[in-house]
Design a protein around this ligand. Structure first.
Ligand code: NAD
Ligand code: G3P
Length: 340
């Protein structure tokens, strides 16, 4: 299925990969970014040399630095700005959204100030109770591999099953397989929290630990993600799916991951300030550690790995001390993640 007009809001790595996917299959796509110079450069080069070099834009992909122009008349709006800028961008574009527009968040983070997911932000910002349907697209999908058209599978969740089916049709191609779900919050919490565990997995590798440690982090990380996600209203099965275990494994093991890279550098002795000053792209897990730490406290969810990550990132705790503390905790019975 194609659409006459799709707006992609955010021209970083992932926004560009999704815009390419849609434009290559024949949709008329308009790509926006809050950095107007970046938009001008994209229009000049017909390529995103900074984030997705080597992929020339098809004629169906156009650019705009004006949100109103990008969003007006769009049947679907794909939101791909970092979570810390999401609310401000959504507020600006909201008045220009078509009635019955489908809005899809492809963002994997939780706002620090409010502890809200991106769809919770959109619900909160829907001041006039308009008929706008919003959901989320998430799953194991490095932008570079998606732009290269490597076989990839993701999930789209909307409370409305018809909207989920329409977005599934919109994004599906011979190399991009999309499953549907109704568990919006579960998919969002999975996508955000996997970034925190990926930083932990990077730290483990940076400290010189091996595959036993990484596997333990992935498995116990999944138990924590599931506990928080269920406490926030998600369904336990979601966390075993593409957006849960699938993305967790990808991000904890894949060298393309920015979050894992942050962890690797921290584990090898760099400070967070040094790591972030070298970063050219967003690693959502740093901010999401803080958001989820406060959510876990408020909901009284036990999340020992998250707690140590919070201490490392926000209170300068030594990575080695965090490992010691995790292993000195009271011994426990293993609780099956899917039924906790
Ligand atoms: N890169 C991937 O492989 C990938 C895959 C799936 C999901 N995601 C998610 O997509 C989202 C965007 O990530 P990305 O990889 O495209 O980021 P990126 O670092 O490649 O690019 C960030 C983009 O955000 C823009 N930006 C920066 N600050 C902003 C602000 N305050 N308001 C609005 N825009 C701002 C920049 O101009 C840039 O275009 C993140 O939530 C990320 O977790 C990324
Ligand atoms: O590079 P990361 O760590 O932001 O991960 C990218 C995607 O979320 C992987 O699915």
């Amino acid at each position: 299925m194609t659409m006459n007009k799709v707006a992609v809001v955010g021209a970083g790595s992932w926004g560009t990969a999704l815009a390419l996917l849609l434009a290559r299959k024949g949709c008329q796509v308009i790509l926006w970014d809050f950095n107007a110079e970046h938009v001008a450069q994209l229009a000049k080069d017909r390529e995103n040399k900074r984030h997705q070099p080597g992929h020339l834009f098809p004629d169906t992909l156009q650019m705009s630095a004006a949100l109103a122009e990008c969003v007006s008349g769009a049947e679907c709006v794909v939101m791909v700005v970092p979570s810390h800028g999401y609310r401000a961008v959504y507020r600006d574009l909201y008045p220009h959204l078509e009635e019955n527009a489908l809005v899809v968040s492809a963002v994997k983070g939780i706002e620090i100030e409010s502890g809200q997911t991106m769809t919770q932000i959109m619900a909160k910002e829907d001041k006039n109770d308009r008929d706008i349907l919003f959901g989320v697209l998430s799953g194991p999908s490095f932008a570079a591999e998606t732009a290269e058209q490597q076989p990839t599978a993701v999930t789209v969740a909307f409370a409305d099953t018809q909207a989920a089916a329409a977005v599934q049709q919109l994004f599906s191609t011979e190399y991009f397989r999309v499953y549907t779900s109704s568990d919006v919050i579960g998919l969002e919490v999975s996508g955000a929290m996997k970034n925190v565990i990926a930083i932990a997995a990077g730290i483990s590798d940076g400290l010189g630990y091996g595959l036993n440690t990484r596997a333990a982090l992935i498995t116990r990380g999944l138990a924590e993600i599931t506990r928080l996600g269920v406490a926030m209203g998600g369904k336990p099965q979601t966390f075993a799916g593409l957006g849960g275990l699938g993305d967790l494994v990808l991000t904890c093991t894949g060298n393309l991951s920015r979050n894992r890279t942050v962890g690797l550098k921290l584990g090898s002795g760099l400070s967070l300030e040094q790591v972030l000053s070298e970063m050219k792209m967003v690693a959502e897990g740093v901010k999401t550690t803080k958001s989820c730490y406060h959510l876990a406290q408020a909901k009284q969810v036990e999340m020992p790995i998250l707690e140590q990550m919070y201490q490392i990132l926000y209170h300068g705790k030594r990575c080695q001390d965090a490992v010691i503390e995790l292993f000195q905790r009271e011994l426990k019975q293993e609780v099956e993640p899917l039924i906790c």
